[in-house]
Design a protein around this ligand. Structure first.
Ligand code: GTR
Length: 428
């Protein structure tokens, strides 16, 4: 009895210790375990996929289903009765270079229901309809540019260390606080519109956030909803929001819905990849430093791991994904297949050399191992065998670069994305 008691006490002390010990990411390439990636060209029944038709009819749906059920969770479709309201319209924004539009998307058609606020800058000097860069922002639309006329978000925001967010609300100081991440003028000069909305419009990014976001609003049980293991997590909800913005873009005659680039940095890069995988209306998908659960291979366990991400962000993925904590080899998919789901559309994956947490090599390898699917379409993938040196963009239909520097999205990154999109859209 005594021994048994001590034994169980010993076990629980060990468990307590494990929970309290800080997570030690592996940054040593020699310690990456051996792993075998699922072959994107083999169907779940073991049959090989030899042509694009079989991929589209069988391979793609099977992989999409696995990602839905095991990783991101199932989202509903387009809600009935969605309404768009033009909140503002100014043809002389940014010194006359742009037209600024702000659109409120009432997601269920009710003005007291969930909504998202889409900010759009359109180049005045371009033939309409124009291609669009669409991405989520972290601190409200007013954070992407110092333009004083942008409608300030009134929603919950993560507390910041400076005075841009006070009591979880944006302050005037937040205007343009993320402007370095948004090359709006450069995009406009190249003939692109830029569209963005605050991701917290869809769901505030914390464990209880779903209760005041669309996941509760669209559920009959509201904030009492009990989620099944494959119901949508926050990333799927943010991706779903990107599709709702696309629904609006399809209705706006100034914008070309057939040339929409969905992009995102970090967790927004994960959401952009999933949005692009699910919704084939997105013509190009760009992942900037998206890391674990984004472009990086989970099986490498380099930097952030499945267990770590599921612990710190338990709301991001579907419940079933937790089953792969410390159990990556059991995953029925890996992230190269997420990139493959975007084929034959162009996709761009970018890393930063100081951003080891996101595993740059794992991001490169995922892009590389998506190539076989692009090859079914006769399309070049990356066009290189080895990871390129820093600041050396590579790629055909799969683009890649390793920027020198930290976890961020910079003017350098934008320059590559604008060039990549212009090339694929046949723009100068
Ligand atoms: C980190 C998280 C990453 C990445 C990043 C971000 O804390 O571990 O997966 O998403 O946040 O979004 O900035």
């Amino acid at each position: 009895m005594k021994a048994r008691f001590l034994g169980s006490l010993g076990l629980s002390l060990a468990a307590l210790w494990a929970a309290a010990a800080p997570f030690q990411p592996n940054y040593d390439e020699d310690k990456v375990p051996e792993y075998r990636l699922p072959d994107p060209l083999v169907l779940p029944n073991g049959k090989p996929i030899e042509d694009a038709k079989t991929w589209e009819k069988k391979g793609r749906p099977a992989i999409l289903k696995l990602f839905t059920e095991h990783v991101y969770g199932r989202a509903p479709g387009r809600p009935a009765g969605m309404k768009f309201q033009t909140w503002s319209y100014d043809r002389r924004a940014l010194d006359g270079k742009a037209t600024r539009k702000e659109i409120i998307i009432y997601l269920t058609g009710k003005t007291n229901g969930p909504s998202l606020e889409l900010l759009i800058y359109l180049p005045n000097q371009a033939l309409k309809p124009v291609p669009v860069f669409l991405g989520l922002n972290y601190f409200g639309n007013q954070s992407v540019h110092p333009d004083p006329a942008i409608k300030m978000t009134e929603r919950w925001l993560r507390q910041s260390k400076d005075d841009t967010v006070v009591n979880n609300r944006a302050t005037e100081k937040s205007r343009g606080c993320q402007a370095s991440r948004w090359a709006i003028e450069q995009a406009l000069e190249r003939g692109f519109a830029v569209a963005t909305f605050y991701y917290g419009d869809i769901e505030p990014d914390h464990e209880e956030g779903w209760k005041t976001g669309v996941r509760a609003a669209l559920s009959k049980q509201g904030p009492n909803t009990v989620y099944g293991p494959s119901d949508w997590g926050a990333l799927a909800a943010w991706a779903w929001g990107l599709s709702r913005a696309m629904d609006y873009i399809e209705k706006d005659r100034d914008l070309d819905a057939r040339r929409v680039v969905v992009f995102g940095h970090s967790r927004h890069g994960k959401a952009a990849l999933w949005a692009g995988a699910v919704d084939t209306r997105f013509a190009i998908v760009i992942s900037n430093d998206s890391g674990c659960g984004g472009a990086a291979l989970s099986r490498r366990r380099f930097g952030e791991t499945v267990e770590r991400i599921n612990t710190v962000f338990p709301h991001w993925f579907c419940g079933l994904f937790k089953q792969y904590n410390n159990n990556e080899d059991a995953l029925p998919v890996d992230q190269h297949q997420l990139i493959a789901l975007i084929a034959p559309r162009p996709v761009y994956v970018a890393s930063a050399d100081k951003d080891l947490w996101a595993d740059p090599k794992g991001e490169f390898l995922a892009a590389k191992h998506a190539e076989p699917v692009y090859r079914l379409y006769g399309l070049p993938g990356l066009g290189v065998e080895q990871m390129p040196a820093t600041n050396t963009p590579v790629g055909g239909h799969i683009g890649y670069h390793l920027r020198a520097g930290a976890h961020d999205i910079t003017a350098y990154d934008w320059e590559q994305y604008l060039r990549f999109a212009a090339r694929h859209f046949g723009m100068p």
